[in-house]
Design a protein around this ligand. Structure first.
Ligand code: SF4
Ligand code: SF4
Length: 176
């Protein structure tokens, strides 16, 4: 299963609106329309919005990315600027980022890379993690490093645990 928009219990923060952002209509799969991840939805007017709006599938209408639901995230983190969409996966509370394949390295640039590692540090004590997905290639973002996890999707069940690698202590993903 590829990464799809996941309906979350979150709502738009006061004053937040998608504006010209339509990135979730590109990065996620939409099985109802047989839409693959990483390509624009046929109903999307990029930079404008959804052409079918109220008739859009429920998972679209009920999706709020982290930038929409967290009013403290700066404007630069709006997904059309950042080139990735962050969301909280309800099942494990992890922060998943789905990367725009048109600019796959943007999240490793500043201010994003420092911000993502800082977020990873903040939620680590809750055993929550930040995982960035480029298609199905997953990368675990930890406070001090980014660790490739290989092929994985947000739908896979896995946990993150400490490990010992050739360069000393590190982390690994273990499928549940
Ligand atoms: S990625 Fe977030 S801000 Fe952008 S259109 Fe989707 S919900 Fe709105
Ligand atoms: S149906 Fe509308 S909201 Fe849903 S992905 Fe397509 S353009 Fe976006």
């Amino acid at each position: 299963m590829t990464s799809t928009m996941v309906v979350t219990p979150y709502r738009a923060a006061p004053g937040r609106a998608c504006g010209p952002c339509t990135l979730c209509c590109k990065v996620y799969a939409l099985p109802e329309f047989e839409k693959a991840p990483g390509v624009w939805c046929r109903e999307c007017a990029p930079g404008k919005g959804c052409k079918i709006h109220e008739q859009a599938p429920a998972q679209c209408r009920n999706f709020f990315c982290l930038w929409m639901s967290d009013g403290k995230l700066p404007e630069a983190w709006r997904p059309d600027h950042a080139k990735f969409v962050l969301s909280i996966f309800p099942a494990n509370g992890f922060v998943y980022g789905q990367v725009d394949p048109g600019l796959p390295g943007a999240w490793r640039k500043e201010p994003y890379y420092t911000g993502l590692r800082s977020l990873a540090r903040t939620i680590l004590s809750e055993r929550r993690h930040v995982v960035m997905f480029l298609g199905e290639e997953a990368t675990l973002v930890m406070p001090d490093e980014a660790i490739p996890l290989g092929k994985m999707t947000s739908a896979d069940q896995f946990r993150i645990e400490p490990a010992f690698g050739p360069n000393g202590p590190t982390w690994r993903a273990v499928r549940a």
